[in-house]
Design a protein around this ligand. Structure first.
Ligand code: MG
Length: 235
C-alpha cells in the first residue's frame, strides 16, 4: 500500500489568500498586533503555532501562551466564517481535488493522510467549506508540533494506525510551499508540487522534480504520484 500525505492550503483548497489575510486580521483584532509580515518565508517554520509564537516573541519578548494560542484559533475561525459569509468563492477546492481524493480513497492500493501547518479548527473549517469530506482521514496539524517535519511524521504515524499496517511501501507528499519540499527531502519522501506560474517555479527552485497545476487530469496525477522522486537539492 502507498500513502499520500496532502498539505491543505494551496494543495487541496484554493484558500492561501484568505488564510494569509485571515491570519493577519486575527493577530490584529485579537491581540492588537498590526503590520505582521505575511511573507511566511521569513519565519523559521511555516507553521501557524510557530508563527504566532515568533510574532509574540518579537513584539513582547516572550512566546505566546497556550491560552493565547487557543484564543488565536477561536478568533481565526470566526474571521474565516465572516469571510465565507461575505464571499463563498474564497473557499474553493483546487480543480480536481475532490475527484482525486475520492479516487485514492476508493483504491485499496492507496492510503490518504493530511498534514498542514494550520490549526485543526481552521483546517477543518476550510476543508468543509471547500466541499471536501475528509473528516475520517488520518491528519496532523499545527496543534501537533511547530515543525513541518514533526507534523508530517505524526500524520504518517496516524495513517499506519488507521490502516492497520506496519509500513507503507512508499510515501508521497503533495504540497505547494517551499517548506513542503524541504520536509519531503528531509524525510526522504516522494514529492509532487502543486502550483502555477511563479509558485511552480519556486517549488522547482526548492528542488521539486514534479509540479502539477491542478488535478484535472486524474490518471496523469495518479501516475505522477506513483513515479515521483524525492526532491533534489535546491537551486
Ligand atoms: Mg500550503
Amino acid at each position: 500500500m502507498h500513502l499520500v500525505i496532502f498539505d491543505i492550503d494551496g494543495t487541496l483548497t484554493d484558500t492561501t489568500r484568505i488564510d494569509e489575510a485571515g491570519f493577519e486580521q486575527t493577530l490584529a483584532e485579537e491581540f492588537g498586533l498590526h503590520d505582521v509580515s505575511s511573507d511566511w518565508s521569513i519565519y523559521r517554520h511555516c507553521v501557524d503555532s510557530w508563527i504566532v509564537s515568533e510574532v509574540f516573541q518579537q513584539r513582547s519578548g516572550r512566546p505566546a501562551t497556550i491560552a493565547e494560542l487557543e484564543r488565536f484559533q477561536q478568533r481565526f475561525v470566526r474571521v474565516l466564517e465572516a469571510a465565507y459569509v461575505r464571499d463563498a468563492t474564497l473557499f474553493r477546492p483546487i480543480v480536481g481535488a475532490p475527484e482525486l481524493l475520492a479516487h485514492l480513497r476508493g483504491d485499496p492500493t492507496w492510503a490518504v493522510a493530511l498534514a498542514t501547518g494550520g490549526f485543526r479548527a481552521t483546517a477543518e473549517f476550510k476543508l468543509r467549506r471547500a466541499g471536501l469530506s475528509v473528516d475520517d482521514v488520518a491528519a496532523a496539524f499545527a496543534d501537533d508540533g511547530v515543525m513541518r517535519e514533526q507534523i508530517v511524521r505524526t500524520a504518517l504515524r496516524r495513517a499506519l494506525d488507521d490502516y492497520g499496517v506496519r509500513h507503507f511501501e512508499r510515501v508521497v507528499a503533495v504540497g505547494d510551499g517551499r517548506g513542503d519540499v524541504h520536509a519531503a527531502r528531509n524525510l526522504h519522501l516522494g514529492f509532487v508540487g502543486r502550483g502555477t506560474g511563479t509558485g511552480a517555479e519556486r517549488l522547482r527552485q526548492a528542488g521539486a522534480q514534479h509540479v502539477l497545476p491542478d488535478y484535472a487530469d486524474l490518471s496523469y496525477t495518479v501516475e505522477t504520484l506513483r513515479r515521483c522522486a524525492t526532491p533534489g537539492p535546491a537551486r
